[in-house]
Design a protein around this ligand. Structure first.
Ligand code: BG6
Length: 476
């Protein structure tokens, strides 16, 4: 059998994408509460406040806040061993800079975790998943400000203390490396709560705010271990392997430099220092970042126990002769890979890339891996009798789990678990749509906010249930 006893099969979500209840239980606003609905090829917009005439999909989302009990019963029916969600920071610290937490917010997660555990499902928790308290953005400029280290570590400590007997697996920052694409202001907003100002050097800003986040993560790891030495605290990396377009030496080097740029975050989390390539880049740019000796000591002392990562797609790049330093710019340097297909949203589907990624992480870092997101965003059709035949999703998962098995069986990768993304339909992070569906469980709500919010089982529900029951042996 490929997967070990106790392998963590489950599903993944994030608080702001499914909870709703955005102003209940003493919750403050988060940056995602002021992000509008976009469309299939349109990004959401950040409006700074709740403005009349705008539509904010997270306010209700799928109303998990009130309906989680029924959803957990469905997860249990599929046989989930774990459920990855996040704690909405603004439920615990509504404005982010308070000294005392909001008891009602803490109680909500107590009840949620108790319900999961009663169904034999262990919570797997991300502390910061794209949604810092809005007030931290307004009052402090988000992670551009060193003060956020203190606020985040306080939040982390409160959660570790409160849930120390209920949660073992934690992650600090979701997809921290998405900010490599710093020219896209959306990633600086969601990852770092930063509103870019006119004329600002976004590249320097990104490295500075990421540094504060990495220090905050390392300090949180240290605090967590004091509270419960058995905690497993990981990082969370958006893995999109970047292939060279050809075997031309310059393309190979370009892809290598792109990988360095997109994944150095892992090196800091795992090894506790900045790799040479990033230090050389800062020197070449003349960046004089605020990095203290205490920060470097914190990074070295707060390394992670495992690598959590998402995997949806692979990228491809080629060298351009006008790029003498082989600088990687994600908005400029990615090209289509003709050997793989793409989803309706243009995400390149590449199951072999998952095996490649697992090998790459293992060879680089020699740590256990946890695939905490993987899945296909697709349009689903509800038949007259209510059934949903999502064979395209089953095919996607079958192909990816097959590669995941090969990585474990043939390549010796140490894999903790697998939690497909959006196991229940939820709000898309990038576009705010409901119709970009990932779930095994269908939620009756569309892009126009029409629907009853009723849940129903797709064909993939029964398929995944069988996969879990056979510990991944039966993928037919
Ligand atoms: C990951 C995020 O980037 O991809 C999730 O961690 C997100 O929050 C998921 O939902 C899928 O992206 P999208 O834009 O289709 O929701």
């Amino acid at each position: 059998m490929a997967f070990k006893e106790g392998f963590l099969w489950g599903g993944a979500v994030a608080a702001h994408q499914l909870e709703g209840g955005y102003n209940e239980g003493g919750k403050g606003l988060s940056v995602m509460d002021v992000a509008t609905k976009g469309g299939p090829h349109t990004r959401r917009r950040y409006t700074g406040d709740i403005l009349p005439g705008e539509s904010y999909p997270n306010h209700e989302a799928i109303d998990f806040y009130h309906r989680y009990h029924g959803d957990i019963e469905l997860f249990a029916e599929m046989g989930f061993k774990c459920f990855r969600t996040s704690i909405a920071w603004s439920r615990i610290f509504p404005e982010g800079d308070e000294l005392e937490p909001n008891e009602e917010g803490l109680k909500f997660y107590d009840d949620l975790f108790d319900d999961l555990i009663a169904h034999g499902i262990q919570p797997v928790i991300t502390l910061s998943h794209f949604e810092m308290p809005l007030m931290l953005t307004k009052r402090y400029g988000g992670w551009r400000n060193r003060k956020c280290i203190e606020f985040f570590v306080r939040f982390a400590k409160v959660c570790f203390e409160r849930y120390k007997d209920k949660v073992t697996y934690w992650m600090t920052f979701n997809e921290i490396n998405n900010q490599t694409n710093y020219k896209d202001s959306w990633s600086l907003l969601t990852n770092s709560g930063i509103i870019v100002e006119e004329g600002e050097d976004c590249e320097k800003l990104m490295y500075q705010s990421v540094h504060y986040e990495l220090v905050a993560s390392a300090l949180a790891v240290q605090e967590g271990k004091k509270i419960n030495p058995d905690f497993k605290i990981g990082c969370m990396i958006a893995m999109t392997p970047i292939y060279p377009a050809t075997c031309k030496p310059e393309d190979i080097l370009m892809a290598h430099k792109a990988m360095e740029r997109r994944f150095f975050f892992t090196t800091v989390h795992v090894r506790g220092y900045y790799p040479e390539c990033i230090q050389a880049l800062w020197a070449r740019r003349g960046f004089d970042l605020d990095i203290t000796d205490d920060d470097l000591a914190a990074l070295a002392a707060g390394t992670v126990d495992y690598i959590g990562f998402s995997y949806y797609m692979s990228f491809c790049t080629e060298w351009n002769p006008e790029n003498p330093h082989f600088d990687y710019d994600e908005t400029r340097d990615l090209i289509r890979n003709k050997y793989v297909k793409a989803s309706d949203w243009g995400w390149q589907i590449d199951p072999v890339g998952l095996r490649y990624s697992m090998n790459w992480f293992t060879d680089m870092y020699h740590l256990p891996l946890f695939i905490v997101e993987n899945g296909l965003g697709a349009y689903d059709k509800v038949e007259e009798d209510g059934s949903i035949h999502d064979d395209y999703r089953i095919d996607y998962f079958r192909d990816h789990i097959t590669q995941m098995k090969l990585a474990v069986e043939e390549d010796g990768v140490d894999l903790i678990g697998y939690t497909p993304w959006g196991c229940i339909d939820l709000v898309s992070a990038s576009t705010g749509e409901m119709d970009k569906r990932y779930g095994f469980i269908y939620v009756d709500k569309n892009n126009n906010d029409e629907g009853t919010l009723e849940r129903s089982k797709k064909d993939s529900f029964y398929w995944y249930k069988k996969v879990i029951a056979t510990n991944g042996e039966d993928l037919a």
